[in-house]
Design a protein. Sequence first.
Lengths: 156, 156, 156
Amino acid sequence: MTIAERLRELGHDLPAASKPVASYVSTRRAGELLVVSGQVSIAADGSAHAGRLGAELDVAAGRRAAEIATLNLLAQIAAATTGQVENVAAVLRLGVFVAATPDFTEQPQVANGASDLLVAVFGEAGRHARAAVGVASLPRGVAVEVDALLALRSRS
Amino acid sequence: MTIAERLRELGHDLPAASKPVASYVSTRRAGELLVVSGQVSIAADGSAHAGRLGAELDVAAGRRAAEIATLNLLAQIAAATTGQVENVAAVLRLGVFVAATPDFTEQPQVANGASDLLVAVFGEAGRHARAAVGVASLPRGVAVEVDALLALRSRS
Amino acid sequence: MTIAERLRELGHDLPAASKPVASYVSTRRAGELLVVSGQVSIAADGSAHAGRLGAELDVAAGRRAAEIATLNLLAQIAAATTGQVENVAAVLRLGVFVAATPDFTEQPQVANGASDLLVAVFGEAGRHARAAVGVASLPRGVAVEVDALLALRSRS
């Protein structure tokens, strides 16, 4: 099954993988490791899930932003591989950066929007180690940025 | 020698490894690499080392918070392996996130609370590359979160 | 060609690799992976590129700070290897931490100062995955900190 098909079952569309307009790349592979660049909470229709947790956004909106950023992460994973769900051996690490005020304390609840989607798509292979922190600000004013390190099946 | 025994020599108790109440996991292994999720400065008795550096907390309190977070990191490493000190081939990277005000500049001094403890436990194998930054806020209002990438001995 | 020679062609001097005065180390190697500690925007003459984006610094100054931090990163890479450009198989991941105000949104433009220099030095091997975020504060008040994960040629 492809990542796109699995997302469709879950009620999501796989967005197009964005191309960076700079010297960096969206994914880098070394053997069976795949490194994915930080993906931000801008939806496929171009609308930014922007703002800070603890100010304009509540946890539900932040959780949704984390999900949007993760859809973009999945688009990059699909583009860098055959797109088959089973080619992801393990999501090793997820970094979740949450734009937040100094007194915001629910970064984990926001980050669960990303974690839950990865497990819904990849099953046990999607269970990852994670660091979730509150940052001062993110590109284009978005609420959430996620990056990842994965292990792929050989030859996938 | 186990990590628990070595900590006891250093005057610390190994805390219980916390279990995440979410879809992520505390550690993920890929071959000889071990990724450990961000661990926060909440002591074994449940007391949070909370607050921001540059505001409520001074460097000594921040250093102590970094040590508490690292005890939790060691608990995860012990739980994910046989618990033997010698099974850790190298602590490759430590991420240290310090809740801090915009004008705080001593993130390295705070992070040394984490680095010094890892070297005390693992010796040369504990010497790691590190990134220490000041973030806006952390889960549950804690002062320090640390995550890590380790190399293990094969079959440990 | 060495990294120092290539930088000279680009109009830069390779700075001396700084030595951490703490228990951490500047680089850690595991097989063909090289992890480099966070390097800050302090120039070879000791002058700090300090301040926050969105406050004292504009994007051009931030971009320059990212370049300075990357020169220090290159110094660590050179010191940890034979110093030959061709020994770097791939820059896998670059972390770019930008000291920024809550309303700053151009972290990618600042981070391009780092990305462009790496590609200028290493060519295609220098194209990396990247996460760029705005943080509350950085060591010594600097504007930019960068860390990296690289793949080296075997035996380099």
